[in-house]
Design a binder for this molecule. Structure first.
Ligand code: C5P
Length: 242
């Protein structure tokens, strides 16, 4: 890996490009590139702009986190992961609730497809319980466990299936760090600098606190993308983490 790429990867900020068009995403991402470690392409942008926007972001030298939260039969998820590897993404997400066979198929497809291309496999990140699901919402879909217990169960399932990373909320960081093997990468949204609005996030944490509690990567959207000066906002957060 070249030095510039390594340098960017040490910046733990992943900016969420929750924007409606490829043009807007690419313009903003290009301006933010010196101040962030990666960009996140989620369902809104990918559904609007497709793989082309991922190729354009890679061509602009940005690391890409493809957050499409795959959840399907193992064969289909393996195919989706192979397609993501062909796009040269650094990370991607799968729902841990898809079960161990699906998780193993995802990790194995990432490794095999990357080996065929001669590249590093992307981090396949397990998503446990969506933070929008509370105990009542879990019961509605037949899960009697409390959210924290379900997070722990799915985190263990994902790691046992070979996944090397998880998405988790800031509140889950410190106890997941205690129960998970060292080296599992934790990627955390719900991050707000001390002076930023919480927006619709119910429980937030500052970038510094999240890093202290064990987050490897911080997913940050509106505090950067909706700031009056997004470049200044990203620069300030990255400086606060040095
Ligand atoms: O704008 P904001 O910083 O809230 O964006 C956070 C990003 O992280 C969004 O792309 C959102 O979909 C994602 N996310 C989240 N909470 C989760 C999982 C993902 O906010 N539990």
């Amino acid at each position: 890996m070249d030095a510039a790429r390594l340098g960017r990867m040490r910046n733990p900020i992943i900016v969420a490009l929750d924007l409606p068009t490829g043009r807007a995403a690419l313009d903003l991402a290009t301006r933010l590139a010196p101040h962030v470690g990666a960009v996140k392409v989620g369902k809104e942008l990918f559904t609007a702009a497709g793989p082309e926007v991922v190729r354009a972001l890679r061509a602009a030298g940005l690391e890409v986190f493809l957050d499409l939260k795959f959840h399907d039969i193992p064969n289909t998820v393996a195919g989706a992961v192979r397609s993501a590897v062909a796009l040269d993404v650094r990370m991607l997400t799968v729902h841990a609730g898809g079960g161990s066979a699906m998780l193993r198929a995802a990790e194995s497809a990432a490794r095999t497809a990357a080996a065929e291309r001669g590249t590093e496999p992307p981090l396949v990140l397990g998503v446990t319980v969506l933070t929008s699901m509370d105990a009542d919402a879990l019961r509605e879909v037949g899960v009697a466990a409390e959210p924290a217990a379900q997070v722990q169960r799915l985190a263990a399932l994902a790691v046992d299936a070979g996944l090397r990373g998880l998405v988790c909320s800031p509140q889950e960081l410190s106890w997941l760090r205690r129960v998970l093997p060292a080296g599992v990468q934790l990627v955390t949204p719900g991050i707000r600098p001390a002076n930023a609005a919480a927006d619709d996030q119910k429980r937030v944490m500052t970038p510094e606190a999240a890093r202290e509690q064990g987050a490897d990567w911080l997913v940050i959207g509106r505090p950067i993308t909706a700031a009056p000066d997004p470049v200044a906002a990203a620069r300030a957060i990255s400086q606060s983490l040095r």
